[in-house]
Design a protein around this ligand. Structure first.
Ligand code: AMP
Ligand code: AMP
Length: 349
């Protein structure tokens, strides 16, 4: 906040790491009239050069270099506000080392990477979550094995019981998906359709907005259906869940009630567990079963890459705003309104 006090609010830059949803964030910032900064690795610079959405590109060796004093200094000199996304969780070991003002709640991003904390947050909000098994011996129906950390489904696999678990975990270790001693969670597998809701908690409008819905395209679980069953049976193929893309979606309308109620409750609980609670984007990752029951198996406390499908507008953001609106732009709009109303400080940490 001391750093923010020295900022020239007429010359704010919006900055982020070059990956995940950076194009979304930077395009949105430009649409709202901000200068944009992308901090990216040499290899991926091509992406940000070719789309022209970054006014300034800062090249780094690797993502953790963002935490280096000289890089943070440069950003502070540009009056930068950092927008966190999935790569911040996946590649930075200590978010507390970020001194540049950041849009969001760092504490809740830490809740996100701890599977037990995540689950207790969702349960406190009264949501239906898949059962967690303490050990493979307890597994009595299909279970999904998930490693810790934001890995986007890489190396997840399904088991039907303890023997199946011990057999497959060895294969997964050999394939390099799981490291020795790595922590994992055993979760009830929900047979249903995956639906990911991207919401925005606006402190300026004091409301929770549904911005877009998507589903994921995952390898190789989404590819396995293209292989005939007789060939599948002759191989050792284990379906895994590495995300490779996202597909836009609209929900059967009456189910929106459950999703919106869930989002509001998640926001209420967030204020109790990590004041001031969720700021801006968050995502509820759900599965709806054949009875229309909504199970929430994950929460993300920042922008998710699934919102990239909503550029320049999703059906829901259009209904709400009547103009092109998408998560990157929504973030920038909130910051702009925060500056105009003197509330910017409340949106940053
Ligand atoms: P990346 O910088 O692409 O490696 O992404 C950082 C984290 O976000 C990783 O854990 C990814 O698995 C996850 N991620 C990246 N893109 C997507 C996407 N399109 N949908 C869901 N998760 C993603
Ligand atoms: P996550 O990293 O928790 O978002 O999960 C990655 C992917 O694994 C999801 O997109 C789903 O396809 C699948 N998945 C995760 N948890 C469950 C579950 N409990 N039941 C069914 N599918 C799941």
């Amino acid at each position: 906040m001391k750093i923010l006090k020295n900022y020239n609010l007429d010359k704010i830059s919006i900055a982020t790491l070059g990956s995940h949803s950076a194009l979304n964030i930077l395009r949105g910032a430009k649409d709202e009239g901000f200068r944009t900064v992308c901090i990216c690795r040499k290899n991926e610079r091509l992406i940000y050069d070719s789309f022209g959405v970054a006014d300034v590109i800062i090249e780094i060796e690797d993502f953790p270099d963002l935490l280096r004093d000289n890089i943070q200094h440069k950003l502070i000199e540009m009056n930068a506000i950092l927008i966190p996304h999935g790569s911040f969780n996946a590649y930075l070991d200590n978010l507390d080392k970020i001194k540049v003002p950041l849009f969001g709640n760092k504490e809740l991003m830490l809740w996100e990477v701890d599977r037990e904390k995540q689950s207790s947050w969702l349960k406190m909000a009264g949501l239906r979550v898949p059962k967690t098994y303490r050990n493979p011996e307890e597994v009595d129906k299909i279970a999904i094995v998930k490693c810790y950390g934001a890995k986007g489904g890489r190396g997840y696999f399904l088991i039907t019981g303890k023997d199946d678990f011990y057999r497959k975990i060895e294969i997964m270790k050999k394939l390099g998906f799981i490291e020795f001693g790595e922590k994992y969670q055993l979760q009830e597998y929900i047979v249903g359709t995956n639906i990911y809701f991207s919401f925005f908690n606006s402190l300026i409008f004091n409301r929770v907005e549904l911005i877009a819905i998507d589903r994921r395209y995952e390898s190789n679980v989404d590819g396995i259906g293209r292989i005939p069953a007789d060939v599948q049976l002759k191989t050792d193929l284990i379906p895994t869940y590495t995300v490779t893309g996202n597909i836009p979606l609209v929900l059967r309308e009456k189910f929106l009630e459950k999703a919106i109620r869930a989002a509001v409750r998640v926001v209420e609980v967030s204020k109790k567990i990590a004041s001031p609670g969720l700021i801006g984007p968050f995502c509820l990752e759900c599965s709806f079963d054949e009875n229309g029951e909504m199970y929430v198996f994950e929460i993300s406390a920042r922008i998710v890459a699934g919102t990239n499908v909503g550029i320049p507008v999703s059906p829901y953001s259009y209904i709400l705003f009547g103009e092109n609106m998408y998560m990157g732009r929504r973030i920038a709009r909130e910051i702009k309104m925060g500056i105009e109303t003197g509330k910017l400080e409340e949106l940053l940490c």
